[in-house]
Design a protein around this ligand. Structure first.
Ligand code: NAD
Ligand code: LMR
Length: 336
């Protein structure tokens, strides 16, 4: 997809995309490890005509740098809370990678107190300045930051469950890479749905539904691939040894998901992504599964299909953690 974005960007900058409406996209946390490459990738997206790069500091430099890239999007940097409203005004899609990343030994839930407060403030500003935007939540712990965002929007009378997404695309990106490697397939030709949430055992790749179906994988291989996907974030945190978590692969995944939202908004049909949304697929109120996206956000939340016995037991096992992390997010705004 990125190759096609690059090709389309070149065409867009040559004027071929003229006539499509074009969208305003904001990246909040745009001076960070994810925010900077994600801003660059959004500058290269032909559907973006205005790109707002917001952070508490550092964004004028990032925006000046990114603005020299040869694509049509107009880039502006906004720094500090006083400029947040202008950054968000009438945005169509808001990508949120603002907040602190993990260090070795930490869980995503250890980020809750600090990132919960950051997300709360940013989503309040979204409610006031672009209540119709599709929100792409990257900040961890996603299992809780999405419910936090929902409660903030509800309190402001601006909640639209069709427009709030936890970005779990990196789990799909990882599952595809690990599966293709193990099965000897081309990564670009495989697909693996990943359901649940975005932390440890709440991440559940459904290799029984992977396409194409590899015939050479044993039950032990599937178990190892499942665990590697669940621990993919921790693998990167350990390798970075105190210098943060996944940034480049996350920027890639975040750009893929934002591109899917923009293409759906632009009227393209049959856009299906795994994403963490308000859901009735299981007993918990937020859950990631395949979702068809439309002009107004979520069009259809798809069920889980047929699970293997291994996947069913992993699904049962994740429920208590997912339920409690969702409740923690809700209680953060509503009070326990
Ligand atoms: P980083 O520290 O490099 O960047 C975070 C940026 O957020 C910084 O520039 C910081 O100034 C900014 N920030 C802090 N408070 C802010 C506020 N109130 N408003 C706007 N910006 C603010 O961190 P990173 O590596 O880019 O990671 C960011 C977040 O993304 C972390 O919470 C991390 O856990 C999460 N993450 C999620 C996924 C996923 O799959 N969903 C993957 C990787 C990382
Ligand atoms: C990831 O999956 O890479 C992110 O959630 C960051 C992390 O803390 O692992």
């Amino acid at each position: 997809m990125l190759g096609s974005v690059l090709r389309k960007s070149a065409r867009a900058s040559a004027g071929i995309a003229r006539g499509s409406r074009g969208y305003k996209v904001a990246v909040l946390g745009a001076a960070g490890g994810i925010g900077q490459p994600c801003g660059l990738l959004m500058k290269m997206n032909p559907l973006v005509t205005e790109l707002s790069l917001y952070d508490i500091a550092g964004t004028p430099g990032v925006a000046a740098d990114v603005s020299h890239v040869n694509t049509a999007a107009q880039v502006k940097g906004y720094a500090g809370e006083a400029e947040l409203g202008a950054a968000l005004k009438d945005c169509d899609v808001v990508i949120i990678p603002a907040g602190v990343p993990r260090k070795p030994g930490m869980t995503r839930d250890d980020l809750f107190a600090i990132n919960g407060g950051i997300v709360k403030g940013l989503v309040e500003a979204i409610a006031d300045n672009c209540p119709n935007a599709m929100i792409n939540m990257i900040s961890n712990p996603v299992n809780s930051t999405v419910p936090i965002a929902a409660e903030v929007l509800k309190a402001k009378g601006k909640y639209d469950p069709k427009k709030l997404f936890g970005v779990t695309t990196l789990d799909v990106v990882r599952a595809k890479t690990f599966y293709a490697e193990k099965a000897g397939l081309e990564t670009s030709k495989v697909d693996v749905p990943v359901v649940g949430g975005h932390a440890g055992i709440t991440i559940l790749p459904l290799f029984s539904q992977a396409t194409p179906q590899a015939k050479n994988l044993s039950a032990d291989d599937i178990d190892a691939l499942t665990k590697r996907t669940q621990d993919g974030g921790t693998e990167v945190v350990a390798a970075k040894a105190g210098k943060g978590s996944a940034t480049l692969s996350m920027a890639y995944a975040g750009a893929l998901f934002a591109d899917a939202c923009l293409r759906a908004k632009n009227g393209e049909a049959n856009i299906v992504e795994c994403t963490y949304v308000e859901s009735k697929v299981t007993k918990v109120p937020y859950f990631s599964s395949k979702v068809t996206l439309g002009r107004d956000g979520v069009d259809t939340v798809h069920g889980l299909g047929t699970l293997s016995a291994y996947e069913q037991s992993a699904l049962d096992a994740m429920m208590p953690q997912l339920e409690s992390e969702i409740k923690k997010g809700v209680d953060f705004i509503k009070g326990a």
